[in-house]
Design a protein around this ligand. Structure first.
Ligand code: IMP
Ligand code: MG
Length: 473
């Protein structure tokens, strides 16, 4: 056997051992990257998977490349060597000059010269790719391309195995936890999440929430240098999530106050240095409230126990609803109006609102699934409209808009049916918590960042029959 064949044999021997080991996903895939790099005497390797919307690539394992390079920013599946995802094995002589390189500056900094990329296919469909990099110019030979295509095939089977295992584990967990009370999103028997290495369980829970509402996310796609010393980076910040559709970075904190202060400091510094970057800090109490929203806390005994403080009295609510009804009646004078409410929270508000309207209205309701009742991993319409809304004037009526994810989903759904107009009315607006900035035409009250119940609003199905709105203890 010549030296090259020996190297290939050794690489495949290592790869076989790695993929048959109990290593976690990232370690396994990065191990395959290392063996592939050595097998082809290259400088580094990455394995990337298409995210569900197929617009971006997530790096799920890498070898031989700097963290700064790996976290250079979101990798656009079409802009960055889109031909690989079309199914081609692509060899690039000069990465730094090639038009298909999405981050040429970073390629220069990392001193990358040539690239070889191969698609990862499962059941005939491209799900991601493997890329090999060199630091000296290289023209890849046919047997080298063959080598990488084989690595890509092995990765495809490995990923399928990982997904199957995740799925079986989830099934098993949900069988034993059937009796047990659900305490977090990850206890839910849902489809497994993309193989990602979350630094903290709360990040995975948050990713599930985003998946559920079909909001595209990337995990830690970019690092921001915050301080440098003689060109060397001495302080760096990598926000947890990036939501490309709304161009927002998110940093989650669950930790102690001292760490929150430090993160606050970093976020402030980042905003100063990169004024064009949108970033938000989401702290523990923020997503405790997200969890509470899905009933992962236990409410008290009678109608009022558990209410810490009254926020809006019955009288305040009634007065405001009358005013809203008057304003809406005036705005829709002479037009046919369909009010569409989202069950069940909107019940009281919808009823009082329509009773106070001075124009004729048609009402309809939709029900959409929430995370806690969901076996599948995406939001579903449980009850659709009974009315045809094409060319009609539609007013969406909501109890409360929080992150905006529900509203965003429903508005997309309704506008696809071509109404003549589509406006939004909500009783409560928790604006400080907005993630998706949906336009709201009529707002009853702006409320603080607290979990509120009553007047239709619930926690785990309770408190809806309070005539006032209160803050949960
Ligand atoms: P979003 O998708 O985060 O905007 O959440 C909207 C939905 O979450 C609402 O329709 C409510 O059902 C629920 N929700 C959000 N905040 C609260 C709250 O403070 N109390 C009760 N339900 C809430
Ligand atoms: Mg609702």
């Amino acid at each position: 056997m010549d030296e090259k064949e020996n190297r290939y044999a050794l690489a495949f021997k290592q790869i076989a051992r790695i993929i048959n080991s109990p290593l976690p996903v990232k370690k396994m895939v990065s191990g395959v990257c290392a063996s592939a790099t050595r097998g082809l005497q290259a400088a580094g390797c990455t394995v990337m998977l298409l995210n569900p919307q197929k617009e971006y690539l997530d790096i799920i394992g890498a070898y031989g490349l700097s963290d700064m390079y790996l976290r250079k920013g979101p990798i656009n599946a079409r802009k960055s060597y889109g031909d690989i995802l079309e199914g081609a094995t692509v060899a690039v002589d000069d990465v730094q000059l090639d038009k298909r390189t999405q981050y040429p500056e970073q390629a220069v900094k990392e001193n990358l010269k040539s690239l070889l990329g191969a698609p990862i296919r499962q059941k005939g469909e491209v799900i991601g790719e493997v890329r090999l990099y060199t630091r000296v110019k290289r023209r890849f030979k046919p047997h080298e391309k063959d080598f990488l295509v084989t690595v890509a095939n092995i990765l495809a089977v490995t990923l399928e195995k990982i997904e199957l295992n995740q799925y079986l584990n989830k099934q098993h967990e949900s069988n034993i936890s059937q009796q047990k009370k659900l305490t977090s999103f990850s206890d839910l028997p849902m489809r497994p999440i993309r193989p990602m290495n979350f630094g903290h369980p709360s990040e995975e829970e948050f990713a599930r929430l985003l998946d559920f509402y079909q909001v595209e996310w990337l995990y830690e796609p970019r690092s921001f240098p915050l301080s440098t010393d003689n060109g060397r980076i001495t302080e760096m910040f990598t926000p947890d999530f990036y939501l490309p559709e709304i161009n927002l970075f998110l940093e989650l904190t669950t930790a102690r106050q001292s760490l929150i202060t430090e993160k606050n400091h970093k976020v402030r510094k980042l905003k100063e240095l990169y004024p064009d970057i949108n970033i938000r800090l989401l702290n523990k109490s923020d997503y405790l409230k997200l969890f509470a929203k899905y009933g992962f806390i236990t409410p008290g005994e009678n109608k009022m126990t558990g209410i810490g403080r009254l926020l809006l009295s019955k009288t305040q609510i009634q007065r405001r609803v009358k005013l809203l009804a008057k304003q809406i009646s005036r705005d829709y004078q002479g037009r046919e109006l369909i009010m569409v409410g989202i069950l069940k929270g909107v019940l009281c508000f919808m009823s009082d609102l329509m009773l106070n309207m001075s124009i004729p209205v048609v009402i309809d309701f939709m029900a959409i699934s929430t995370l806690d009742q969901q076996v599948d991993s995406a939001v579903q319409i449980l009850k659709d409209l009974d009315t045809e809304i094409g060319n009609k004037h539609v007013l969406m009526v909501e109890d409360i808009v929080d992150t905006g994810m529900t509203l965003n989903y429903v508005l997309n759904y309704l506008s696809a049916r071509n109404p003549a107009s589509l406006k939004v009315c909500t009783l409560l607006d928790k604006r400080v918590r907005r993630l998706i900035d949906v336009h709201i035409d009529y707002v009853g009250f702006e409320v603080p960042d607290e979990f509120v119940v009553g007047y239709g609003l619930d926690v785990a199905g309770k408190y809806r029959n309070l005539p006032d709105i209160g803050i949960l203890e």
